[in-house]
Ligand binder design. Structure first.
Ligand SMILES: Nc1ncnc2c1ncn2[C@@H]1O[C@H](COP(=O)(O)OP(=O)(O)O)[C@@H](O)[C@H]1O
Ligand SMILES: [Mg+2]
Length: 303
């Protein structure tokens, strides 16, 4: 079997304790894999280390131990192979929407002609629905539009992997819904591999192929991986009509409300951080897989 596209192996993050206090282990023994083209969400309480993990995948932070391989190469610093959308939009305020995207595209392909760069950027601005607003500066754009520029910029560098840190958290429900639908369309069209942090369980169910549940810190772990068994062509309108939607939703909410805390107080018997249990709420358990990866493939085939 070929190796997974991304392999996070035994990640831990520790901070030295201040003034004689013990060290703080934010998370440890974090293992997970992401396949090419897979959309993976991670949910967990504030402070458990989600952003730290995303920054390690981005190469913007280093783990205290463990490593991450992407496409069989160790991640050791930032790269244009990975596009990041931060919680805030992180745009350059003195540049127009298009220039913000162009800046990244020029870095990625320094040899492209001005005309090619223009066409390339326009394509991605159109894709996120910003046609007509290309020449506005961030101060002239709404929160949703700024976030769209950030998404266009991340997509425009055609990264091997997209890393999204609660990208829609600050948006109103209507705008968030619209951008989520656009993201579904773009990912379906480009088969983009995505790692996304969210607090929104409905967003996770709409977008992801699998949802990693992170227990509370300190010493947070990937407690469980929920495989999304809903049909691939789901939309916000049809999501709640799917027979297993509420089973998945209740499972996620139950984890956040009670199990995430219990998990960190005492690890469940038989828990193996290298192979967190894969669960399919609302769906009869398939025959036992020979490995977690095989299991994920079986479930994917059933979509
Ligand atoms: N320099 C630091 N020293 C000590 N603890 C830190 C430092 N930076 C971050 N942390 C801790 O790391 C934890 C994880 O932060 P973060 O990855 O942002 O969590 P999340 O994104 O899940 O909310 C937090 O509990 C935070 O207090
Ligand atoms: Mg965070």
């Amino acid at each position: 079997m070929s190796a997974s596209f991304l392999i996070a192996d035994g990640l831990a993050k520790k901070y030295p304790g201040a003034r004689g206090k013990p060290d703080l282990t934010v998370f440890d023994d974090v293992h997970f894999t992401i396949e090419k083209g897979e959309f993976v969400c991670i949910i967990g309480h504030s402070g458990c280390g989600k952003t730290t993990i995303l920054n390690v995948l981005a190469g913007l932070d280093t783990a205290s131990s463990g490593n991450v391989l992407m496409d069989e190469r160790e991640i050791s610093g930032p790269s244009l192979e990975r596009g990041v959308v931060f919680q805030g939009h992180a745009l350059m305020p003195w540049l127009t929407a298009k220039k913000n995207v162009e800046f990244a595209v020029c870095s990625r392909w320094p040899d492209k002609s001005g005309k090619e760069i223009d066409a390339h950027c326009q394509k991605y601005l159109d894709l996120v629905g910003l046609t007509g607003s290309e020449h506005k500066k961030p101060s002239e754009l709404s929160g949703g539009m700024k976030q769209r520029v950030g998404i266009a910029r991340a997509f425009a560098i055609e990264p091997k992997m997209l890393l999204l840190d609660e990208p829609f958290g600050a948006l109103d429900a209507l705008t968030r819904g619209n951008i989520q639908e656009e993201l579904v369309k773009i990912c379906a069209a480009t088969h983009q591999t995505v790692f996304m942090i969210t607090h929104d369980v409905d967003e996770a169910i709409l977008l992801s192929d699998k949802i990693m549940l992170m227990s509370n810190g300190p010493r947070a772990r990937i407690a469980e991986i929920v495989v999304n068994t809903l049909p691939k062509n789901r939309s916000r309108e049809t999501l709640h009509k799917e027979p297993s939607f509420y089973a998945i939703r209740n499972h996620l909410v139950d984890f956040l409300v009670s199990r995430s805390k219990r998990f960190s107080e005492a690890l469940p018997e038989g828990y193996d951080p290298k192979n967190p249990p894969l669960v399919t709420p609302g769906v009869e358990a398939p025959p036992p897989p020979s490995s977690p990866l095989e299991f994920a493939k079986v479930v994917n085939l059933r979509h």
